[in-house]
Design a protein around this ligand. Structure first.
Ligand SMILES: [Zn+2]
Ligand SMILES: [Zn+2]
Length: 240
């Protein structure tokens, strides 16, 4: 940590959400730069979820009825909360306004929810054409911060950027129904490099139907990956 960072740590800051002044407190190890402790609580999930698909349930369950009937191709999905305010605004700012500095605090909300992180994180790739207009891939940014946070805790974890290539610039999934989404991404990815680990986590900002993740999961299973987790910031309810 350089002198400027140290100094910044000691200066009072303003919470980005409620605007109260956050004073430096030596007794509290605040991992967040943007928010005060009560706003951090507001941003985190409150409802019970299905551990498999991440959708809200009445009580926490390993698999909901929907997952038992039609299991997704991954094993567990971790998210901070539903795709709703105030988290939603931060995700949109990260993705569309290129406020990449938000990725550190957003991933710090997610990482404590994951009890045994996968040693290899694979961000969902963007097509080079979209990457060109957007300049950065938000999933890659999140994966990088998650790995950094776990490495600091002595956890073996790294990001694999090379595993997949997006071969088709598909139309945006937003606004499509489940069937259209599945068709849209069916041949959109190519596995370039077989992952080294048997336990992989796919990183995405928001998971809606999971149709983007399914072709990736299929390819990973085909090359012998045993456990696939999904780490995402938010989960939206499935569109009909
Ligand atoms: Zn606050
Ligand atoms: Zn479920």
């Amino acid at each position: 940590m350089n002198v400027l960072d140290k100094l910044k740590q000691w200066l009072p800051r303003q919470c980005h959400l409620c605007r109260i002044t956050i004073k430096h407190d030596v007794t509290q190890n605040n991992a967040f730069h943007l928010w005060c402790a009560s706003c951090v609580d507001r941003l985190k999930h409150t409802s019970s979820r299905c551990q498999r698909c991440g959708l809200p349930t009445l009580t926490p369950v390993p698999q909901c009825g929907q997952c038992l009937a039609h299991p997704p191709l991954w094993d567990k999905l971790y998210c901070i909360t539903d795709y709703q305010a105030p988290l939603k605004q931060y995700i949109q700012a990260l993705k569309y306004q290129k406020q990449f500095w938000l990725a550190a605090d957003l991933s710090a909300l997610l990482s404590p929810l994951i009890e045994s992180p996968a040693p290899e994180l694979i961000p969902v790739p963007l097509h080079w054409r979209r990457l060109l207009t957007r300049n950065f891939n938000q999933s890659e940014e999140l994966a990088h911060h998650l790995a950094k946070q776990w490495q600091k805790q002595g956890v073996n974890c790294s990001v694999n950027h090379q595993a997949f290539r997006r071969t088709q610039a598909t139309v945006q999934q937003k606004g499509l129904n489940k069937k259209e989404r599945t068709r849209n991404v069916r041949h959109a990815f190519e596995l370039r490099q077989v992952p080294l680990s048997k336990h992989i986590a796919l990183i995405d900002d928001v998971v809606t139907t999971g149709s983007t993740l399914h072709p990736l999961c299929k390819a990973l299973r085909r090359c012998g990956v045993e456990t696939i987790d999904v780490y995402c910031l938010a989960r939206t309810p499935e569109p009909k």
